[in-house]
Ligand binder design. Sequence first.
Ligand SMILES: NC(=O)C1=CN([C@@H]2O[C@H](COP(=O)(O)OP(=O)(O)OC[C@H]3O[C@@H](n4cnc5c(N)ncnc54)[C@H](O)[C@@H]3O)[C@@H](O)[C@H]2O)C=CC1
Ligand SMILES: O=C(O)[C@H]1O[C@H](OP(=O)(O)OP(=O)(O)OC[C@H]2O[C@@H](n3ccc(=O)[nH]c3=O)[C@H](O)[C@@H]2O)[C@H](O)[C@@H](O)[C@@H]1O
Length: 443
Amino acid sequence: MVKICCIGAGYVGGPTMAMIAFKCPKIEVVVVDIAVARINAWNSDRLPIFEPGLDEVVKACRGRNLFFSADVEKHVAEADIVFVSVNTPTKTRGLGAGKAADLTYWESAARMIADVSKSDKIVVEKSTVPVKTAEAIEKILTHNNKGINFQILSNPEFLAEGTAMEDLAKPDRVLIGGRETPEGRKAVETLKAVYAHWVPEDQIITMNLWSAELSKLAANAILAQRISSVNAMSALCEATGADVAEVAYAVGKDSRIGPKFLNASVGFGGSCFQKDILNLVYICECNGLTEVANYWKQVVQINDYQKSRFVKRVVSSMFNTVSGKKIAILGFAFKKDTGDTRETAAIDVCHGLLGDKAQLSVYDPQVTADQIMRDLAMNKFDWDHPQHLQPMSPTTTKQKPAFIFDGRNVINVEELRKIGFIVYSVGKPLDPWVKDLPAAPPS
Ligand SMILES: NC(=O)C1=CN([C@@H]2O[C@H](COP(=O)(O)OP(=O)(O)OC[C@H]3O[C@@H](n4cnc5c(N)ncnc54)[C@H](O)[C@@H]3O)[C@@H](O)[C@H]2O)C=CC1
Ligand SMILES: O=C(O)[C@H]1O[C@H](OP(=O)(O)OP(=O)(O)OC[C@H]2O[C@@H](n3ccc(=O)[nH]c3=O)[C@H](O)[C@@H]2O)[C@H](O)[C@@H](O)[C@@H]1O
C-alpha cells in the first residue's frame, strides 16, 4: 500500500488529501500539522475550514484511509510520498520584505524530512513557491547524505476556495513537474498514477520542474490581471454611463476571451493573488526585469485603487463624512462560501470607514465575531477626539437618507431604489445622488 503524508492541514492540505483518500481507497493518507488545535478540529465534527462538500468526503474516509495527526515526524518517516502544503506568505521583514515569499515554513519542513527519513521518498511541492525553489529544497534534503534518494516534484494546486471539492473532483488539469532524469521520470509516473484514479490521463500534464513552478504563479497573475482589467473598466463605466456587467458580457462572448473571471468587484482578496503577484514581481526584479516587474505590480495597484475608490464613494455620498454613521457590512470573507478572511477586501474597506469614524456592524455567516475583531484590531481609537463630544447632525441620528454600496453587484438595484435607498453598484450607471460627486475626492 502506497503511503502518503501531507505536511500542512490547511485550506489546501486538508481538502486535497481528503479527495485523494476518497478517490483512492487503497492509499493511506495522513495529514500532519504542528498546529495541534487544527488537527483536533480535523478529527472532530466541526472541521477547521468551511468548504461545501468537504464534511461528507472527510466523514466517508476518516479512520478508514484518511488520518489527521500532530505526530509529524512519525508519519513523514513512514511515507513513500510526502506532500508539503505549508504556508508561504509574503515576507514581512529582511531582504525582499513586502514582496518575496517567506519560505521559513517550507525550509523547516524540508529539514525535518531530511532528519527523520530512513527510506527513499518523493517530496511534492504543493505549496505555491518561487520558481527554482525545488533546487534549494534538493540541497536541504541531500545535505546530510544518508544514502536516501529524494525526488522533488512540483505539483501546484489550482483549487479555489468555496469550490475546492468540485475543483479537486474535476480539475481542469493536474500539473506535475519533475527532473528530466530516469529517477525523476519514475517519480512523476508514481504521482501521476495517484491522480489517474479519477483524473483523465490527458488532463495530467507533465513538464520540467521550473515550468511547473512558474505556471502556478503565472496562472494566478493572469487570473488577477483579468479582475484588475475589468475593475479598471468599472471606473470608466461609472464616468461614462456604461454598465460594466454589459461590457464584460460583450467582451466575454469573444471565445478567445471567455466569460469567466470578468466580474467587477470591490477588489480581489484571498491569501494568494496579491502574495503570488508580489512574489512574481520580486522574482522579475531579481532577474533584472524591471519593466516586467512593473507590469505585474500594476495589477496589485489597480486592486488597491479599486478598494479605496469604493471607500471614497461611500464617504463622499454620505456628505463627505461617515463619522458616527451606522453602516452595516454584509459579508466579510474574501468571497462567498468560505470563512477565510485573509486579505479580504472587507478589511481595507472597514479600515477606510473606521478611519472616518463610522460605526460598523459586520455580519458574515461563515466568520465569527472574534475573527472579525481580530482582523480589524489594528485600528487605533482616536483618543484625542472622543466621539461623545462631537456634535451629531440631524442626518446622523435619523440615518436618512439610507444608502447601499454593492461591491459585488449582487443586489436588486431597482427594488431597493423603489423603497427609498440610494444605491451605488460598482461600474453601473450612477444614482443621480452620487453622479455629481467627485469619483475620487482627494484623500
Ligand atoms: N488557500 C488556497 O486556496 C490555495 C493555497 N495555495 C498555496 O498552498 C499553500 C498552503 O496554503 P493554505 O492551505 O491556504 O495555508 P494554511 O495556512 O491554511 O495551511 C498551512 C498549514 O501548514 C502548517 N505548517 C506550517 N509549517 C509547518 C511545519 N513545519 N510542519 C507542519 N505543519 C506546518 C500550518 O500550521 C498550517 O496549518 C500556500 O503556499 C498557498 O499559496 C495554492 C492553491 C490554493
Ligand atoms: O492559488 C490560490 O490560492 C488560488 O487562488 C484563486 O482562488 P481563490 O483565491 O480561492 O478564489 P477566486 O475565486 O480566484 O477569487 C479570488 C478573489 O477574486 C475575486 N473575484 C473573482 C472573480 C471575478 O470575476 N471577480 C472577482 O472580484 C473574488 O471575489 C475573490 O475575492 C485561484 O482562482 C485558484 O485557481 C488558485 O488555486
